[in-house]
Write a protein that binds this ligand. Structure first.
Ligand SMILES: Nc1ncnc2c1ncn2[C@@H]1O[C@H](COP(=O)(O)OP(=O)(O)OP(=O)(O)O)[C@@H](O)[C@H]1O
Ligand SMILES: [Mg+2]
Length: 370
């Protein structure tokens, strides 16, 4: 991991260890902890040789408002969910990775003239302020060279990440209270990219789209690198809110109607209209990102769109996005190439929950040694 300041915990993208391990050697990986606005997701994976084995997965809902816009508003409730998950899943390991998103994190690609590692580190510390809209003293900084200068390119592309200290520190304080050891603070979009690269052997240009409860993360990967990454403030909670408002019913009942846990009955028509309206807006946002990407990369067409997150499970959404974007739409199963501890994990449960676990899985494949 390359760091601008040694104490900072934000880690940019891929620190996956290039060291070769003998086939039988087990490697300790960290516990992936994805603290979303709807639920906390936990994932534990083991690596032996080049094989990944899923040891434990789980999700626990948190009360609405406990995490808002990526900010920890109610640490006690979130801590309760984490404790419950660790206890139920019998996870003993303390080394965890969390990821952040929302207004408190800025990810920016910058192009700089070629310089040595030391010069680059100094440059970032000195000049980062001009690239980010926050006071430099208020943020943790990290960066990674995503394309080094060469004979072909006389400049280097750098991915710069700045995350608000107060927001990160709230998470770290909560984890420390729980006697957990946060060894990684990732960014949702990078975690998604890492698990996609791990789970797919294809080098195609793809759009990764994670639709959560309150935000949609879009990350377009071309030639093996992230070209466009953005968070959009739409998600499945929008559906619940609209159902609750339109039908003048409680949020909990609206959520059940949305998930089909209670029959639509007399509300069928209104529900369909709400789904259509909201999904149209989601597709509009996806198409905006794709159009921007295509305008800048006309020679690198996208092959498919990979969907994850709880919101991606809206019935018919896959087909709708396929029709509106003209892309092959794939429901992402981050564990498709992994072995699964069948004694502990029910196959059916895993099938249902897999899309929500992409980001947690993206952290759970990172080595614990860094
Ligand atoms: N079948 C379904 N149809 C529609 N929405 C669903 C379905 N299953 C789950 N969801 C929704 O997915 C959301 C949870 O997904 P996820 O766990 O990815 O969100 P999150 O990570 O907590 O949120 P965010 O990333 O936006 O902070 C909830 O709003 C839930 O209602
Ligand atoms: Mg999420």
């Amino acid at each position: 991991m390359r760091s601008a300041t040694p104490i900072q915990p934000v880690s940019v993208k891929n620190t996956l260890n290039p060291v070769e391990y003998s086939m039988a050697k087990k490697q300790n990986l960290i516990i992936g902890l994805d603290i979303g606005s709807h639920a906390v997701k936990v994932c534990q994976i083991q690596k032996a040789g080049s094989d990944y084995r899923l040891l434990a997965v789980g999700s626990a809902a948190i009360p609405p408002g406990a995490v808002e816009d990526g900010v920890l508003q109610d640490p006690d409730e979130v801590a309760k969910a984490i404790v419950e998950l660790f206890k139920n899943l019998k996870i003993k390991s303390k080394r965890v990775g969390i990821s952040i998103s929302g207004y408190s994190v800025i990810v920016k690609k910058i192009s700089l003239e070629v310089m040595s590692d030391e010069e680059l580190a100094d440059y970032i510390i000195e000049e980062a302020e001009q690239y980010i809209p926050f006071d430099i003293d208020d943020v943790y900084l990290d960066y990674q060279v995503i394309r080094a200068g060469s004979d072909e390119f006389d400049r280097s592309d750098i991915m710069l990440v700045a995350a608000k200290k107060e927001v990160i520190d709230d998470y770290l304080d909560m984890l420390q209270e729980l006697k957990l050891l946060p060894v990684l603070v990732d960014v949702d979009g990078f975690a998604l990219e890492n698990i996609w690269e791990c789970a797919s052997d294809r080098q195609d240009n793809v759009a990764l789209v994670d639709i959560g409860a309150s935000k949609m993360n879009i990350n377009i990967i071309a030639d093996g690198a992230s070209v466009l990454a953005r968070d959009v403030v739409v998600g499945s909670e929008q559906l619940t809110n609209q159902i609750a408002n339109t039908l003048e019913i409680e949020f909990e009942k609206a959520e059940k109607l949305k998930l089909g846990q209670i029959p639509a009955g007399e509300y069928q028509e209104e529900l369909e209209e709400i789904f259509t309206q909201t999904c149209t807006q989601w597709v509009l946002e996806i198409n905006k990102a794709i159009d921007l990407y295509m305008a800048n990369n006309p020679d690198k067409p996208l092959v498919s769109l990979v969907l994850s997150g709880g919101g991606s499970k809206v019935r018919g959404l896959k087909q709708y996005i396929a029709a509106e974007t003209g892309l092959d739409v794939v429901a992402f199963n981050p564990f498709s190439t992994m072995k699964v501890n069948e004694k502990k994990i029910d196959r059916e449960y895993l099938k249902v929950i897999a899309p929500e676990l992409a980001i947690a899985a993206g952290m759970a494949i990172r080595p614990a040694e860094f």
